[in-house]
Design a protein around this ligand. Structure first.
Ligand code: SAM
Length: 346
């Protein structure tokens, strides 16, 4: 067994694919009993995300939106896109020069940005988009949608099939006015490497916008164990849960206490996954569901404060000034599940 396989959770009979435990936030590794050299953990955790998204299909996002809407929580995906687009529009509006806009994990969020500029009567020629996304089919789909808005490749935007970690090979240093991540940064167990690459690509005073999902579900194996045990039924459940406990003995220890905002975030994210499991089951029964349409449950969501500690350690400034106050901004009143953070390279 390779070391990466050691942390692979066989969920072939489960109602959801969990993926590899190396995908949880780096600071949670001790709670999961994950050990190894830091170099290896960094490399392997990136790989565990890449295999999910590189071959991803546009239907992945469609199912995410259907699941979140069906769960009764509202279209969280669109709320994040709208919040990003609003900030981009404000920054472009106050700029006297053409703005270089870099989007990591570009998609419908990019279309939302251009739609917002158009609806705010801002000349789209004032923006040049560099759109980075590892899934070829997804970025091509996005390019088509942008062309549908009258935008042209090379003149208004360019697409690059790559990851944010590949920024140094694709984007000049000190070249971008704005960089955005919309529902993307949580695809990294370690945040410092991608955020440093973005920092280097920004001009001095350039902005980074992170609009993302946050919760504490994946910080501790006991939260996953409890969720699976209490909310789902499947063939061989007992055997699968025994295996989970054998791999991650902390699963049977008490779940650590936490801030009520994150308790509520976890309640909401569990509703999302239950709803996603229902949609997935129905699509499988209809024979519509393909492996590339799937998303995996273990992710690197973390409280916004943990994300923002990393930003500060890299030299980003988090004073939202007249653009966003308070900063970060919470989008759901009683749950710390969606935040928009505005950071600046000083
Ligand atoms: C939840 S989707 C969000 C897409 C888009 N930003 C939107 O809001 O419509 C996450 C996207 O992040 C992309 N992604 C995953 N890892 C990435 C990475 N390391 N660099 C850039 N994009 C990544 C995935 O391929 C996927 O398209």
């Amino acid at each position: 067994m390779s070391a990466a396989e050691k942390y692979f959770i066989d969920s072939s009979n489960m109602p959801l694919v969990l993926g590899n435990a190396l995908r949880v936030p780096d600071y949670a590794y001790p709670a999961w009993g994950i050990a190894g050299s830091e170099e290896w953990l960094r490399k392997e955790s990136d790989k565990q995300y890449e295999i999910e998204w590189k071959g991803g299909s546009p239907r992945q996002m469609q199912y995410v939106v259907e699941a979140i809407t069906e769960s009764g929580l509202g279209n969280y995906s669109q709320m994040l896109r709208d919040a990003n687009a609003e900030l981009v529009s404000k920054i472009v509006n106050k700029s006297k020069k053409r703005v270089n806009y870099l989007e990591l994990g570009a998609g419908i969020s990019t279309v939302t940005v251009y739609q917002k500029l158009i609806s705010n009567n801002i000349d789209v020629e004032k923006v040049f988009g560099t759109l980075i996304e590892p899934s070829e089919s997804r970025i091509e789909d996005t390019a088509k949608k942008l062309e549908g808005l009258g935008l042209k490749q090379k003149k208004n935007f360019k697409i690059i099939v790559a990851r944010d970690l590949d920024i140094p090979m694709n984007v000049d240093i000190n070249s971008q006015d704005i960089a955005s991540y919309v529902a993307v940064l949580h695809h990294h167990a370690y945040l410092d490497t991608p955020l440093k690459a973005v920092y280097d690509s920004l001009k001095p005073n350039g902005y980074l916008i992170i609009a993302d999902w946050h919760n504490t579900m994946w910080e501790h194996p006991s939260r996953i164990y409890e969720f699976l045990n209490e909310e789902f039924i499947w063939n061989n459940k007992e055997r699968d849960l025994d295996n989970f406990v054998e791999m991650f003995p902390n699963a049977l220890n008490e779940t650590p206490e936490q801030d009520p905002l994150y308790e509520n975030a976890n309640i909401n994210i569990k509703k999302f996954w239950k709803s996603y499991a229902n949609i997935r089951k129905k699509e499988i029964e209809k024979g519509n569901f393909k492996a590339e349409d799937d998303i995996w449950m273990l992710e690197a969501h973390r409280p916004v404060e943990k994300q923002n500690q990393v930003l500060r350690s890299l030299g980003y400034e988090l004073d939202g000034g007249d653009l966003q106050n308070p900063n970060p901004r919470r989008l759901v009143e009683d749950a710390g599940i969606l935040y928009v953070t505005l950071a600046q390279k000083i």
